[in-house]
Design a protein around this ligand. Structure first.
Ligand SMILES: Nc1ncnc2c1ncn2[C@@H]1O[C@H](COP(=O)(O)OP(=O)(O)O)[C@@H](O)[C@H]1O
Ligand SMILES: [Mg+2]
Length: 332
């Protein structure tokens, strides 16, 4: 047996708590590197509790110390970053319903079984704490990591609005906003597989930081039926396209008017404009959300209408179903 084999065999005599097989055989540890009296082991601690990590570390020291004259054992722990993807919700201008859509799509995705977190990255007008009924609740931190606020709708949430006092954010310079965004993205999201990010309107520092540093898996663009909003939307689409972020689609919000009495949808501004524009820009059209007083009322009261069945919930659920397909998300 070579020295290498002897050290590997010693590690394989320790069982990986997850698979039950030896540490090297299971891929939990690489074959130790021995240099003089020092042995170094790289241990992948993904999915292990703090207790289990400490226990394995002690076992490794116990097995290797003294073996082949080794007096010092160094254990380096690494953890695989969970494969979590980001969906950026953007628009060319404010007031088109980005935040409303972000909140309700996150809730619809969670109801469909997708582990979803929600980030409010709009420093100029953070609105997710209000939309998700958790105003005034501050996130806590552990090991310098933020712990998202649990909402009543199965979607953990963090907002730029929780990072600053009201009225202060506007004075932030780009780098500060970038740092805060990083803290939100790298927070303790647990096993969330998707982060829905409510972006600020337009094409500023936060957008560039998001695109360059956090590489969204896709961007969804919100527009209203008015032409002007669509021209702005095209600008937002360009920004993501230039950075090779796939546009998962365009959603037309405040499309048509839902009669508060009978629910019938009428189209005071005409219909089909956004769909035609999406076709022209060669991006998928994901659907329309009508201008509906029930959506506004529920949103203002901190209850995303997507949290319950009904015509409003169904409209968001349909868009969520398309997102699940185009991002190949799996419920679990
Ligand atoms: N489909 C809709 N029907 C009725 N009101 C809506 C709808 N979408 C958004 N709103 C309202 O319009 C306003 C702006 O929406 P918001 O989501 O805050 O836009 P943005 O985040 O793009 O600035 C809010 O008062 C919201 O309640
Ligand atoms: Mg907003």
């Amino acid at each position: 047996m070579s020295q290498n084999d002897i050290f590997s065999a010693a590690l394989d005599a320790i069982a990986d708590p997850v698979s039950g097989r030896g540490l090297v055989e299971s891929g939990r540890a690489a074959a130790p590197r021995v240099n003089g009296e020092t042995a170094s082991v790289i241990l992948d601690v993904s999915g292990l509790s703090g207790d289990a990590r400490a226990q394995i570390e002690r076992a490794i020291r116990g097995k290797l110390t003294g073996l082949g004259g080794v007096r010092e054992v160094r254990v380096a722990m690494t953890a695989e970053k969970p494969s979590r993807r980001i969906l950026a919700i953007g628009s060319g201008k404010g007031g088109v319903g980005k935040s409303t859509l972000s909140a309700n799509l996150a809730v619809s995705l969670a109801r469909a079984g997708i582990r979803t977190g929600l980030i409010d990255a709009d420093i100029y007008g953070p609105s997710q704490p209000r939309l998700m009924g958790s105003e005034g609740i501050k996130p806590t931190a552990e090991d310098k990591k933020l712990i998202p606020v649990q909402t009543a709708f199965g979607v953990p949430m963090l907002s730029m609005g929780q990072m600053v006092k009201p009225g202060q954010a506007i004075a932030w310079r780009g780098p500060m906003a970038g740092g805060a965004l990083g803290q939100l993205v790298d927070a303790e999201w647990g096993d969330a597989e998707l982060l829905v990010v409510d972006m600020p309107p337009g094409t500023g520092d936060v957008q560039l930081n998001m695109i360059q540093k956090h590489r969204p898996a896709g961007a969804l663009i919100v527009s209203t039926p008015q032409d002007l909003a669509l021209i702005d939307a095209a600008r937002a689409i360009d920004l993501f396209r230039q950075a090779d972020v796939p546009i998962v689609g365009l959603v037309e919000n405040m499309a048509g008017y839902a009669c508060p009495h009978c629910g019938e949808i009428s189209d005071p501004f005409g219909a089909g404009g956004a769909e035609a524009a999406a076709r022209e820009m060669e991006i998928p059209f994901l659907g329309r959300i009508p201008l509906d007083i029930a959506i506004r009322r529920a949103s203002d009261a901190g209850f995303p209408p997507a949290a319950e069945d009904g015509p409003q919930g169904a409209a968001f659920a349909e868009i969520a179903a398309q997102l699940i397909r185009s991002l190949s998300l799996r419920a679990g």
